[in-house]
Ligand binder design. Structure first.
Ligand code: PMP
Length: 449
């Protein structure tokens, strides 16, 4: 089948892509033999690279034993073992692991657990979950209500309960110093103001990505932000939920990005890199203190058919094994530093790059019309689309928020798998340089004042 053949599949739009043939390590090939560097690990998913033989072997072994065991009928060994490993990796006290098949499911699970906990401890008036703008927490109606990005949310608003949002701490846009605690406190205190405005007794939880993903473009919180957020949540009895769907799994240099900031959540969700695309898998990891009252009170009223699927859990276990034995988080930290410094060199060369940010191999750069004011490029240029397209034609996959309408910055995630070598970083940067040359030549006539 080629891209031209009639297809019965549909996703967001009519845009069609070449047909994938095979993938190995950080490379992918289409059926016409064209090679692509997977510079975004899919959607920050394939963290350990494609077609890892040890993961494939572990999955094959599990497949020969069983591929499905319904949770009401059987416990399975891979699910038990993965839950135990995950609890070991999670912050102190987060010992209960609930498996799902993806990020939106994980977020839904976290907010429903939080709600049942509040009911179980006699605080049923708590039902509001505060999140940030911009943010992305999933596409199901509950997770979407927490997503701070109007173009995705607006058509569904009448079907959902609007949830309060506070601004994400984009210090670089507001001209504030991200390394100053005053900046971190300035943004974190917006949470306190919002809790007070809503009525603290009505606020259930605050949902935050410790290092941002597609919506903010690898936003690293300013100094002191996450600790202050923790203090504020504690002050008002608000649960703190970390959305590590994208940042978890080692990519930032630690297994969970929250570890960088010295403040633990009450509930944490992870997906994408957790089974690195080898199987649909995600997890909600919650503090015992939250889960026990819910189980005592009659049980968690929630659960997906595929929860704890043994094949997915076997893949997850093998991926964890790979991350640990190959020390891939450490590699992400080292290679990420190199890639970030190369992106900063590109920024020195191309004034159109207004900011480079991120941690480990969760990195992004942002294009602007004017670096001094951080004024965005004219939206009609659709830079978010065009640069990605040019890179794709040049054989490099990078990631942007490619959503029609609305604006939250032309930022591009450069997030290759954690197995990327320094030589492959140079390969990525060479294609990016070519792509930026082409893009700048194209848009130059539109940028003259
Ligand atoms: N939360 C975050 C931070 C994400 O990046 C995503 C996916 N981009 C989700 C939730 C939703 O995950 P999924 O697409 O697997 O439902």
């Amino acid at each position: 089948m080629t891209t031209q053949a009639k297809s019965h599949l549909f996703y967001q739009s009519r845009n069609r892509r070449p047909v994938l043939d095979r993938a190995r390590g950080i490379y992918m090939w289409d059926v016409e033999g064209r090679r692509y560097i997977d510079g975004s690990s899919g959607a920050m998913v394939c963290n350990i690279g494609h077609s890892n033989p040890r993961v494939l072997e572990a999955m094959r072994r599990q497949m020969e034993k069983s591929t499905f065991g319904y949770r009401l009928h059987f416990e399975t060994e891979p699910a038990e073992r993965l839950a135990a490993r995950t609890a070991m990796l999670a912050p102190e006290g987060l010992e209960k692991v609930f498996f799902v098949s993806g990020g939106s499911e994980a977020v839904e699970s976290a907010i429903k657990l939080a709600r049942q906990y509040a009911v179980a401890i006699g605080q049923a008036q708590r039902s509001k979950v505060i999140s940030r703008e911009p943010s992305y927490h999933g596409c199901t109606l509950g997770a979407l209500a927490l997503t701070g990005y109007a173009p995705l949310v607006a058509p569904f608003e009448p079907m959902m309960r609007p949830m309060p949002k506070i601004p994400a701490p984009r210090a670089y846009l507001d001209g504030l110093d991200p390394d100053s605690e005053a900046t971190g406190h300035h943004y974190a205190d917006m949470l306190e103001a919002r809790i007070l405005a809503e009525g603290p007794e009505t606020v259930l939880a605050f949902l935050v990505e410790p290092v941002g993903g597609a919506s903010t473009g690898a936003l690293v919180p300013p100094a002191g932000y996450m600790r202050r957020i923790r203090e504020i949540c504690d002050r008002y009895g608000v649960l703190l939920i970390h959305d590590e769907v994208m940042s978890g799994g080692g990519r930032t240099g630690r297994f969970f990005a929250g570890e960088h900031f010295g403040a633990d959540p009450d509930i944490l969700v992870v997906s994408k890199g957790f089974a690195a695309g080898y199987a649909p898998l995600g997890a909600m990891i919650a503090h015992d203190r939250i889960v026990e009252p819910v189980l005592d009170g009659g049980g968690f009223l929630h659960g997906f058919t595929y929860a704890g699927n043994p094949l997915a859990c076997a893949a997850g276990l093998a991926v964890l094994e790979e991350i640990e034995t190959e020390q891939l988080s450490g590699n992400a930290a080292v290679v990420g530093e190199l890639l970030k410094s190369r992106l900063e060199e590109l920024a020195a060369r191309y004034p159109i790059i207004g900011d480079v940010r991120g941690k480990g191999l969760l990195l992004a750069f942002e294009l602007v019309a004017d670096r001094g004011t951080m004024a965005p490029l004219p939206p009609e240029l659709k830079a978010y689309d065009r640069l990605v397209e040019l890179a794709y034609e040049n054989g490099l996959i990078i990631y942007s928020r490619r959503t029609r309408g609305g604006y939250s910055g032309d930022h591009f995630l450069v997030c290759p798998p954690m197995i990327t070598t320094p030589a492959q970083v140079e390969e990525i940067v060479a294609v990016l340089t070519l792509t930026l040359d082409q893009f700048v030549a194209e848009v130059a006539p539109h940028l003259t004042d």
